[in-house]
Design a protein. Sequence first.
Length: 213
Amino acid sequence: MQILVASNNPKKLAELRKIVAEAPELVDLADVEVIGTTDAPAYEEPVEDGRTFADNALIKARAGAKNTGLVTIADDSGLAVDELAGMPGVLSARWCGEHGNDAANNALLLAQLADVPDERRSCAFVSVCALVTPDGAEHVVEGRWEGQLLRSPRGENGFGYDPLFVPEAEIAQAGGIEQARSSAQLSPEEKNAASHRGKALAQLVPTLAELLR
C-alpha cells in the first residue's frame, strides 16, 4: 500500500518516513511505501489559508487523497510562543514575510523577544497531523513539545526554529538552559522520539495498522 505524505519539505518527509518505518504496530511494513508529492501523480497544491494547524493539515490531506486516490497524511506545524499569544503559529514558516527563510524567521523572532526575560520565554512546537482516506474518512491528532527559547541559535541539525528551541526535558537533564541542548543539537533518533511531530504521528499508527489489515 502506498501512503502519500503531502509535503515538499525533504527534511519533514524524512522525519515522517522514519517514524512510520520504526512503528512496531505496522507488522506488514514491507507492504507499505511512503511517498512524497514529487513521487505522486501531479496535482495543484491547495492554498493553506486555514486559521489553525488542523485547518491547514486537513486542506493538504484532503487535496492529496482526492487527487491521487491514496491514503494521505499531512502535517501542519509551527512554533507557539506564549509571550506572543501563540504566534508565530500557523505563520511560522513565513513569519518574516518570505516563506521558508529559516534564518530570517529566527532573526525576526529573536528581535521581537530581545527584551523578554528568561522566565517568560516559554514556548511549544505544535504539530497537527491529518490522515484522510480516498473514501473520505478523516483522522486528526495533535502533538506538543514544550520548551524555552534561546537568545541565539545553537546547533546545526534540524530545520525551522530548531536552533532556538530547547526542550524542557533537556533543560531538566542539564540542570539549566545554559548547558542544555537545543532541538538542532539532537540526533534524528532523539528528536523523533520526543518531538511534536513524532507524538502526533504516533497517534496515527493504529489507524495505519488497521488500514493495512
